[in-house]
Design a protein. Structure first.
Length: 156
């Protein structure tokens, strides 16, 4: 039961932290995506739109996704008692699948170097989460346990 609660909490945390960081770190990302869909490629504004989209993608890829992994890793590492790596990775899979299916163009899928780059870039949150979970779990497991609870005396 504890594992299920940690798993569901980790999945919810991953989505929540992702959305919150997008709002804080890249508040205009949605605007630039909308501009990309409504502006013709031969427009003079396309250069700025392209630069802003690249910036938004880099913020998401190199800052937001690893921070999401860090948050989930700490959460799972502190609360989960067993199978910590499996639960940690499982918490991040729904967010990964959401990002995968939201990328309708999938331009990276047309070449082997593109696929390798995609896999490497999208492994960052998993690697961050696994390291954070391992460190937190190790710190928690090294904590001295209190002895067995002593009885308060005979119960009448």
């Amino acid at each position: 039961m504890r594992t299920l609660a940690v798993l569901l909490g980790g999945i919810l945390l991953a989505f929540t932290v992702s959305v919150a960081l997008e709002v804080v770190l890249d508040p205009n990302g949605g605007y630039w995506i909308g501009q990309a869909f409504t502006t013709p490629p031969n427009s003079p504004a396309w250069n700025e739109i392209s630069q802003q989209l690249n910036r938004s993608g880099e913020i998401s890829l190199y800052i937001i996704n690893p921070l999401v992994g860090l948050a989930v890793g700490i959460f799972v590492g502190l609360l989960q008692k067993s199978r910590v790596p499996l639960v940690t990775v499982s918490c991040l899979i729904p967010d990964f699948l959401h990002r995968l299916f939201a990328d309708h163009a999938k331009l990276w899928a047309h070449s082997l170097p593109g696929v390798l780059r995609y896999v490497l870039n999208n492994s960052l949150p998993f690697a961050t989460a696994l390291v954070a979970a391992a460190i937190c779990h190790r710190l928690i497991s090294r904590r001295p346990e209190s002895g067995p609870k002593q009885a308060l005396g005979p119960v009448l």
